[in-house]
Design a protein around this ligand. Sequence first.
Ligand code: NAI
Length: 476
Amino acid sequence: MDFSVADLSLAGAGREQISLAEHEMPGLMAMRERYGATKPLAGARIAGSLHMTVQTAVLIETLVDLGADVRWASCNIFSTQDEAAAAVVVGRGGTVDAPAGVPVFAWKGETLAEYWDCAEQILVWPGGEDPNMILDDGGDATLLLHLGVEYEKAGAVPSPDSTDNAELKELLRVLGRSFEADQQRWTRIAGAIKGVTEETTTGVLRLYERFREGSLQFPAINVNDAVTKSKFDNKYGCRHSLIDGINRATDVLIGGKVAVICGYGDVGKGCADSLRGQGARVIVTEIDPICALQAAMDGYQVARLDSVIESADIIVTATGNKDVITAEQIGRMKHQAILGNIGHFDNEIDMAGLAATPGVTRTNVKPQVDRWTLPNGHDVIVLSEGRLLNLGNATGHPSFVMSNSFTNQVLAQIELFTRTADYPVGVYTLPKHLDEEVARLHLDALGVELTELTAAQADYLGVAVEGPYKSDHYRY
Ligand code: NAI
């Protein structure tokens, strides 16, 4: 088996953590119980690109139990938990000397070059087989494949020297090398793919864009917009993992500090709540009047970044947008202020602009924590180089909330793999009854007593006793 992880000897520690996580992931355990015998994913060859954490290990082993062959990479250079990666490679029946699990290509602290090499590894399978499913988070595996197809159609790959973008440079390097080896590789692989299931807001945005411009190569399920994903993982997950990241990185007391959250969508709502819970005075920035009004009615001051940047102790971006904090704005931050991002990509904070500012210096405090000294003598503590800090500085969301997200992923993989003909190229969400089912699978663990509709009540509301209970446009 080919694989690339930091240290296989961490597998034992990883296995212990996985077994703790399994207890907290009732949705995934129910998937194993329900589908373990019938193996609806038999024949599926899944290329997975999603943070290689302990929770993801439980997802991967669930996909395997349902019959799938899997290869995995992380979707971020800092988010891998090396012990989880090692445990997945060693597998449940293997040993460090004879690994028998799943090929994983991920370690904490990859370079950008290594990152795109790993992405290629999950899409190019050994033995002449091609993957037929993608499970993506943020859309990088989908991007690699689509750019490959585009350049094969054009008959050439642009030179990496044609761009200043460090990430794109490495992607073009991989595609150029691949083109030299096989000029039809990506077209052939794209033709074999039955579909992609996408985990996050940013990846979903890219899929809808591709579909609109007519370049989407295969159907996609938007897992993010399952209610039991975005209204839980994005919100309650970030409520947990944002402060986990800040605490592990800085151990600064949050109570009494002024904290600014940029963006009051699902992620921003969870972040603002967690900082308020710690006693911070939270200020929100927004561009959308509806979300700005929500923040105000939730009791937060809503301000422009320029009005508050000089007094903020902690600033976190949660927008999925780019250039939300400029280098010039960083230059006006308070001495020892903390700056981080929890959105998917590192372009929310202008890190390149900061690095290029004359007179700034960077001192590494510890992994994923840097002190940037500005020309005015102020220090700004930047977390995870502007990449998502909850996964870079901590271990991401806890198992229980990820069980909801990943149960949606499993259902979406089964749906696209077993009912391919029902999904012409397009972007779909899972049907409401499956969303309700995911929630239902998590109630017992929390001791929830659900009230049952009477037949007369169901009739009065115009729904079935067993659901679905809401229309598709209900907002929760
Ligand atoms: P969302 O669309 O619900 O919220 C984003 C909010 O930012 C919107 O309300 C938008 O109006 C606002 N916004 C956009 N540009 C802005 C600007 N310049 N200034 C202030 N506000 C601005 O998206 P969601 O689901 O909250 O996701 C946000 C990002 O977080 C995405 O990149 C998503 O992929 C990522 N994400 C990260 C997770 C993590 O664990 N780190 C978990 C889930 C999502």
